[in-house]
Design a protein around this ligand. Structure first.
Ligand code: SF4
Length: 383
């Protein structure tokens, strides 16, 4: 792998070839070498690894994820957390992974392209252009580095305000259209375990922006006939046919008249949905059915009507993927896990209220699933 080792303490970096299969094995290797188990998760010597796998740049779909490996400030353990789509633009810099150590004297923004890496000091701006939190900071960075973004077709990974003051800050990446507008649906978070807090509080890292023209790492991933051969040998069907068949739930399931995790899970799990901080396990079945009937009417139906019946508001994560699993309701990307955590799980049955809660947590750059399952009741009082 082609790895950029960035020391934010000294402001120096070097790019080296490292023998590792992917970001997780690279993460294990550098953490072992740094003996990070001896360190506090916020110790600047504890590396933050952000990288992509070797299948990027070819005909395979769903492989353009960015994976962070870090000591989790929440659990203390070595943790990995991934976000969809962001590597589709990040691969252009020709760097497979970033290993960040050291702590910048002021919040740092790393800009990476095929021409090299620069480190700038930028105070994060979380209110800008009518936007807030990670959305505002992303737009601010675009306006500030417009030439870099447009020349390199770049994408930013940022931390939000929550990363500087809590232990469960996420790494957030909102893709931009060619005109510099925030792209609908293509907002991705690597959130579990607090990688954003590790970046912000351990290294003073506010953002990495990367892009360029580099593409496939291995020519084999460009060869659709070879890919078909491998998939047919295992699954008896060509690659795209298999992909379409296995992703029906995420695109649109005609048998259910809905799609995406949010659309399908409510219909599928019904009275098995966990409610009220899991206390629903003590309710009898009739009571759980009464609750799920209310949830389907107040929570699921408004989403389904707009996203599937009135319009086809489906998008991808930033890589050109036919699954378009990102279902967008009035501009807000809706997934089952964060909406359930900030919705029925904490007793919020009205979809519109849950949208406000998830939007607030997302803008703060926090983990909405974590916030709902641990802190949801406290946040609910703020809206
Ligand atoms: S659009 Fe959805 S299914 Fe397709 S690659 Fe992105 S996250 Fe995966």
């Amino acid at each position: 792998m082609r790895v950029a080792f960035i020391d934010l303490g000294s402001g120096k970096y070097e790019v080296r070839e490292i023998d590792a299969q992917g970001p997780v094995s690279l993460g294990l290797k550098v953490h072992e070498e740094a003996q990070s188990w001896r360190l506090d998760p916020y110790d600047p010597a504890s590396p933050l690894v952000i990288g992509m796998g070797q299948f990027v740049g070819g005909r395979l779909i769903g492989v353009h994820r960015l994976v962070a490996v870090f000591r989790s400030p929440m659990t203390g353990n070595l943790h990995s957390s991934a976000m969809g789509g962001a590597a589709y633009k990040f691969m252009g810099a020709g760097i497979d992974a970033y290993v960040v150590t050291g702590k910048a004297p002021r919040p740092a923004v790393v800009l990476a392209s095929q021409e090299g890496i620069t480190i700038e000091h930028v105070e994060p701006t979380y209110s800008y252009g009518g936007l807030k939190g990670v959305y505002a900071f992303t737009k601010y960075l675009y306006d500030r580095y417009r030439d870099f973004f447009t020349k390199n077709n770049a994408r930013a990974v940022v931390v939000g305000p929550g990363a500087w003051s809590t232990y469960n800050g996420a790494l957030a990446s909102i893709d931009l259209t060619p005109k510099g507008e925030l792209a609908k649906g293509a907002e991705d978070f690597a959130a579990r375990g607090g990688p954003g807090s590790a970046a912000a509080r351990g290294h003073n890292l506010a953002a990495i922006i990367a892009g360029g023209k580099a593409r496939a790492r291995h020519p084999e991933v460009l060869d659709i006939h070879r890919i078909d051969e491998v998939i047919k040998a295992k699954l008896k069907k060509p690659y795209l046919e298999t992909l379409n068949e296995k992703t029906v739930k995420y695109r649109f399931d005609p048998s259910m008249g809905t799609g995406g995790t949010f659309g399908v899970n409510y219909q599928h799990y019904r009275d098995l949905l966990p409610l009220f901080g899991y206390k629903s396990i003590y309710m009898d079945r009739e009571e759980r059915i009464r609750h799920v009937d209310a949830i389907l009417r107040l929570f699921w139906k408004p989403f389904n009507e707009l996203v599937f019946e009135k319009a086809r508001s489906w998008y991808n994560c930033g890589e050109p993927c036919p699954v378009t699993c990102k279902k967008v309701w009035n501009g807000k990307k809706v997934d089952y896990e964060p909406f359930h955590a900030m919705g029925p799980f904490i007793g919020v049955y009205t979809f519109e209220d849950s949208v406000k809660l998830v939007d607030e947590v997302d803008a703060d750059g926090l983990d909405a699933i974590e916030a709902g399952t641990r802190r949801g009741l406290a946040l609910r009082r703020r809206v």
